[in-house]
Ligand binder design. Sequence first.
Ligand code: COA
Length: 156
Amino acid sequence: MGNVVETIMNIEFFPFEQFPMAALLEIESACHPFPWTEAVLSGCQGQGYDFVVAAIKGKPIGYYITHRVLDEATLMNICVHPNHQGKGYGGQLLQNALERLKRHSITHCFLEVRASNKGAGALYQKLGFLLIDKRKGYYRTNGEREDALVMSLQLQ
Ligand SMILES: CC(C)(COP(=O)(O)OP(=O)(O)OC[C@H]1O[C@@H](n2cnc3c(N)ncnc32)[C@H](O)[C@@H]1OP(=O)(O)O)[C@@H](O)C(=O)NCCC(=O)NCCS
């Protein structure tokens, strides 16, 4: 498979175009309670976007999407297939995302996370993100709406 962006441990990072959208949608729906549609995922390309997929032996296991505007960026999505969670891959993905942002001279990265998503929140905290705000009722749930925690990391 061509166009490897980077290799870290046993994961290789590829541009998302290397994989069929169906394989990425499968990861998306396994990871998120309200997964993005194909149209939303496919829309994350072009100016300012990094949509990078992590693969082991050519098989995609997760991805991240960042979007840059001027010197700021947002982490739009990050996920690791449940079969591969808890093995350090999420941390590797996020570090890769942040390194690429630094190379683009991005000064701050922002993200939103469900208040109930303790695992992702712990990952972001571990890599230095700080809680800066809360958006009331931002996310859909099966019952009442859920708050988003807004976090940011200064990169340089
Ligand atoms: C969040 C996610 C990407 C983490 O990926 P992962 O490969 O499981 O994470 P890692 O194994 O690299 O863990 C890195 C750190 O994150 C934290 N963490 C990850 N999952 C955790 C959990 N379930 N509970 C507590 N801490 C957790 C820990 O600090 C961990 O470091 P440690 O192992 O030294 O304690 C993954 O769980 C996922 O895809 N979740 C579903 C999608 C999602 O919620 N995305 C974020 C939306 S904002």
